[in-house]
Design a protein around this ligand. Sequence first.
Ligand code: SAM
Length: 240
Amino acid sequence: MYRDVSTCNTYNYGDALYWDARYIQEAASFDWYQRYSALRPFIRKYIPTSSRVLMVGCGNAVISEDMVKDGYEDIMNTDISSVAIDMMRRKYEHVPQLKYMQMDVRDMSFFPDESFDHVIDKGTLDSLMCGTDAAISAARMLGEMSRLLKSGGVYMLITYGDPKVRIPHLSRPVYNWKIELYIIPRPGFQRPAGSTSSIKSYLEPVPITEAGLLPADFVLEDPDSHFIYVCKKMDETDLS
Ligand SMILES: C[S@@+](CC[C@H](N)C(=O)[O-])C[C@H]1O[C@@H](n2cnc3c(N)ncnc32)[C@H](O)[C@@H]1O
């Protein structure tokens, strides 16, 4: 599992051929970073079960299946890999709540503006950031996420990228997003003996400074933590 740009440069994670080959070799379901059980508090807080949800770069993860088991009614799953999409479409052909379409997240013109209530991205912006022309790809993708969201909807990004490397991309004024940040440890992380923090604290948003950084005194308990950016699309008239 990759963590940062220096390690992700080993492979071209922005390349459809790379992902097709990978999904042919590794057909078994796999969820990057976190399973639904760990993300559920955040997803249920921001995304009502009746929402029309877009899951970008779904791969062969089971998060969408788990969301349906938890009551979600309508999830459109997309991925650039036709191998992954064909596989998932067959697997879930009897689950009407799940739909699958092969699509590049940088060009989702198939869908009209404001097609979705909410968007979930677990590891897809990360993939683009590992590819060639990372900044341009990220801007194209995030522009599409903003365009596809209804006003008040959230783009929920689950990533290994800390604010220093993600906020510069997410905070462009054109998106008009209000951003909240949560930080959760990787699965299996053992809290050091004597640690005073409680599990409840992961459910509290972490402030981001004006410069788009973590507060200077913030202690990242797990250095391999995952970051959840909840980017809420504000109304054009909302100046907050
Ligand atoms: C790190 S994996 C994450 C898969 C899944 N979301 C999960 O949580 O397990 C990144 C996914 O993004 C997809 N992807 C990469 N570039 C893409 C693009 N330009 N458009 C759509 N999907 C893309 C890959 O095919 C892959 O399935």
